[in-house]
Design a binder for this molecule. Structure first.
Ligand code: ADP
Ligand code: ADP
Ligand code: MG
Length: 640
């Protein structure tokens, strides 16, 4: 058995591999780039070696540096994870030459499946059904166009070197062929340095169903299928196992085809055979076609682990160490149903714009499996895929597992960054998906509905306002001048809080929400609050539709219009100076005190004209956010 392993990857997959390896007593060596020196995979590793700059080309794609790191650390094997060098046969060869073990298939097997055209030719020979189309070497424009006519529109133009949905163009009719070809080629050239394409019949109402296979070089088994039809721009968003509507006959046929594909290339290790499936009706034994094989561990492998109870990384390490396949086909069975959702730092309401930045808070519920490469306090950097985690649910049947996924998403707390949780939740409760009617066009068809921004309710605004006061759970400091009023802006809404003896009236638009303190927690109109997190001027409310509500500018607030009677500290800080005394008459906008916070001095100004009735803190003290600092009264209030 391998005793020391270098993991040539980062993020969640590096952590995932480490979890199994370390549990088996294997010493793990991480590699990292400049951007990842403090990353979770580095913190979890037994040793870490810095291999270069933040850009993948300067670090995680430098096979030579990685092999040198393995040799210097005394690791005997290298696990490539997915992405990066995982499907690079030259890397596998170089590892072999260096006398190390590559945890994966042979370089020849990777080569055989590395190009979609060659792979299809090989599969036809092995008797595996492939998508009808042209995959020849001749790349003449006119010939390709003729081939497309022969296949019949719509057709799909694909880069033979493609991956990750890149270099692919759907062409509906002959008029669009020339343009589709040019753009597919341009994208393929830029992404893979190879602009050769193939043309396939576009399967209508397509479903993506793939078989997990595992080989030991001579024999292969399959570990059933995963349905990955929920895609956006040919990229998987949510996966499940088993596939809805799967029958024993179709599963046996697909499993056989996948095992044949693996054995045809003497496959060793974990791999995935992807099929495109006719989803226009019930699944048929003659309704699936080979698309490609991914010669590595797949992102969505956890759903297979959930339903089979197999630890695929454990199998990878055993087979790489020379052990035979750990199980026979008849020993592998399905228990229940599993889902995986890919949690990303991205703004789905802004065209899925990646959201980079600081993760101020991150917590997962306990009823799901969460595979992650980050923790609270970490950064989502612009250099890599902005995936935060994979949320995996497992249940005795599809409905239970799907409900579990919904609960898992709702219970996941992320603050500091915009995430796709709302989008994933909408997807998890989508009618067709809930009922098992899936195809790769589902997300695109309902994109507007799935990505529409949720507005905060009056209760949300009331909760956020009270949370920003810093008084949730404790009513101290407000008994002084009852009732105290505070009005301020939250996003584009005004919230007026009136602190009364035993409750707070929260006025939002034309509604009043009553907040009551129950056991240290504010309840709103008799409803439990949403879990939340406060960071500076932003409150993040968690749940199925998470939202971050920000107070636009704390200083603008205290000087804005005819505000309340109280000047509150807008954020925690050191009270540098108090510039007024009790009895002073002030005008709206006058500087009353100076607060030092976030390395800056902030002037606290009079919210309205009036007289200083009370000062509740003295210069030099450390104050929390939302503390009543100064109370104003009307200028002519008690004057005689
Ligand atoms: P498929 O290749 O069919 O999309 P997966 O869903 O397993 O199958 O996708 C592989 C994933 O690997 C990509 O979606 C991407 O998120 C990830 N990936 C690819 N290249 C890199 C990379 N250089 N760095 C990090 N992740 C990568
Ligand atoms: P990649 O290497 O980028 O993963 P694939 O060949 O696996 O490329 O295709 C990615 C996705 O594109 C599939 O999951 C499917 O949604 C869609 N697709 C691929 N081929 C076809 C086809 N012939 N008909 C319909 N959809 C297809
Ligand atoms: Mg694919």
């Amino acid at each position: 058995m391998i005793s020391k392993l270098l993991i040539a990857n980062r993020g969640e997959i590096a952590c995932r591999i480490m979890a199994t390896a370390q549990a088996r007593g294997i010493t793990c060596v991480a590699v990292c780039s400049d951007a990842d020196r403090q990353a979770r995979h580095v913190r979890l590793a037994d040793e870490a070696i810095h291999i270069g700059g933040a850009a993948p080309a300067d670090s995680y794609l430098r096979g030579d540096a990685i092999i040198a790191a393995a040799l210097s650390s005394g690791a005997e094997a290298i696990h490539p994870g997915y992405g990066f060098l995982s499907e690079n046969p030259d890397f596998a060869d170089a590892i072999d030459k260096a006398g190390l073990i590559f945890v994966g298939p042979s370089a020849d097997a990777i080569r055989a499946m590395g190009f979609k055209d060659r792979a299809k030719a090989l599969m036809i020979k092995a008797g595996v059904p492939v998508v009808p189309g042209y995959h020849g070497a001749d790349q003449d424009d006119a010939l390709l166009s003729d081939e497309a006519d022969k296949i019949g529109y719509p057709v799909l133009i694909k880069a033979v070197a493609g991956g990750g949905g890149k270099g692919m163009r759907l062409v509906q009719a002959p008029q669009g062929f020339k343009e589709g070809l040019a753009s597919a080629r341009a994208e393929a050239r830029a992404a893979f340095g190879n602009d050769a394409v193939l043309i396939e019949k576009f399967i209508t109402a397509p479903r993506h169903i793939e078989m997990q296979i595992f080989g030991d070089g001579t024999r292969a088994v399959h570990l059933f299928e995963r349905d990955c039809s929920l895609q956006r721009r040919h990229q998987k968003v949510m996966e499940e196992a088993p596939a809805p509507g799967m029958t024993d006959a179709v599963r046996a046929a697909m499993g056989q085809a996948a095992v044949t594909a693996a054995q045809a290339i003497g496959y060793s290790g974990a791999g995935t055979v992807e099929f495109i499936v006719d989803g226009s009706g019930p699944l048929r034994t003659d309704g699936f076609w080979f698309m490609e094989m991914n010669t590595r561990l797949q992102v969505e492998h956890p759903v297979t682990e959930a339903i089979t109870g197999v630890d695929l990384v454990d199998w990878q390490l055993r087979v790489a160490s020379g052990e035979p396949l750990p199980a026979e086909q008849k020993d592998i069975s399905i228990q229940g149903h599993a889902f995986e959702a890919r949690l990303y730092a991205e703004d789905t309401t802004q065209g899925f714009l990646p959201a980079i930045g600081h993760l101020s808070h991150l917590r997962f519920p306990t009823n799901i499996r969460a595979d992650t490469g980050v923790e609270a306090g970490d950064e989502i950097s612009p250099y890599y895929d902005p995936m935060i985690a994979k949320i995996i649910s497992h249940g005795p049947d599809r409905a239970t597992a799907l409900a579990g996924l919904g609960d898992g998403l709702a219970g996941t707390q992320v603050a500091g960054l915009t995430t796709n949780i709302g989008f994933l939740t909408a997807l998890a409760t989508h009618r067709d998906f809930s009922e098992g009617r899936v195809d790769t066009g589902l997300i695109g068809r309902d994109l507007d509905d799935l990505t529409k921004a949720e507005s905060p309710t009056a209760r949300d605004l009331a909760q956020a306002a009270l949370a920003l006061c810093g008084v949730d759970g404790a009513t101290t400091g407000f008994a002084l001048h009852s009732p105290l009023k505070w009005s301020f802006q939250l996003e584009d809404q005004k919230v007026d809080l009136t602190f009364r003896k035993d409750h707070v009236d929260c006025r939002v638009a034309d509604r009043t929400i009553v907040a009551q303190n129950r056991g240290g927690v504010w309840w709103f109109d008799g409803h439990k609050p949403r879990p939340h997190f406060v960071d500076g001027r932003t409150v993040t409310l968690f749940g199925a539709t998470p939202m971050a509500l920000t107070m636009p500018d704390p200083l603008a607030r205290t000087s804005a219009g005819a505000g309340g009677d109280v000047v509150l500290t807008p954020m925690p800080g050191l009270l540098r100076d108090v510039l007024v005394s009790v009895g002073d008459v002030v005008q709206q906008g006058d500087k009353l005190a100076v607060l030092e916070a976030m390395k800056m001095e902030h002037a606290l100004r009079a919210p309205r004209d009036g007289r200083i009735a009370a000062i509740h803190a003295s210069a030099g003290t450390q104050v929390q956010a939302g503390i009543a600092l100064i109370t104003l009264e009307d200028q002519d209030a008690d004057s005689d």
